[in-house]
Design a protein around this ligand. Structure first.
Ligand code: FEO
Length: 173
């Protein structure tokens, strides 16, 4: 059985994952309208992944005797100046999510809920990969600068960039 405090914290995290899915969906739409089809595919996929993160929480809350609440979501940003801004926004968002996961770990330990602590470890690892991926992409965009043909190649190649190759070797374990 979940404590009310843990149940609340897990529901907040569920909302955050749902918001992430919406954010990346809006980014996919922006990229598609600008003709960045590779980036759009990447964002659509990322949006789907965030939805699975949300569902995993929803099922866990309900399985442990809590009540998962499907949240209302704010309207995500839909306008960006350039690709760099899109990925900067993504990285800041993921850094905030990591902080929230860390808070969740703290609450689990504080309440001696080792089962939920164990469950949350999956999210701890996921955040390492997601942040590493975002930083790898931003490094590439920094190298390209404002070069248009570089941007074309970036958009073509982004599909082959994945979380596993972006994560540092020992960070991914
Ligand atoms: Fe599921 Fe990107 O945090």
């Amino acid at each position: 059985m979940l404590s009310p405090n843990i149940e609340r914290a897990l529901n907040e995290q569920m909302k955050l994952e749902a918001e992430s899915s919406q954010f990346y969906l809006a980014m996919a739409g922006w990229a598609e309208n600008k003709g960045y089809n590779g980036t759009a595919d990447f964002m659509y996929r990322h949006s789907d992944e965030e939805r699975t993160h949300m569902l995993k929480l929803m099922k866990y809350i309900n399985e442990r005797g809590g009540k998962a609440i499907v949240p209302a979501l704010p309207k995500p940003a839909t306008d960006f100046k350039e690709l760099r801004e899109v990925f900067d926004t993504l990285l800041s968002h993921e850094e905030m999510v990591t902080q929230k996961i860390n808070d969740l770990v703290f609450i689990c330990l504080d309440e001696r809920d080792y089962t939920t602590h164990n469950f949350v470890q999956w999210y701890v690892s996921e955040q390492i990969e997601e942040e590493a991926l975002a930083r790898t992409i931003i490094d590439k965009l920094n190298l390209i600068g404002t070069d248009k043909s570089g941007m074309y190649l970036f958009d073509r190649d982004i599909i082959s960039i994945n979380a596993t190759s972006a994560a540092a070797p020992d960070a991914a374990k």
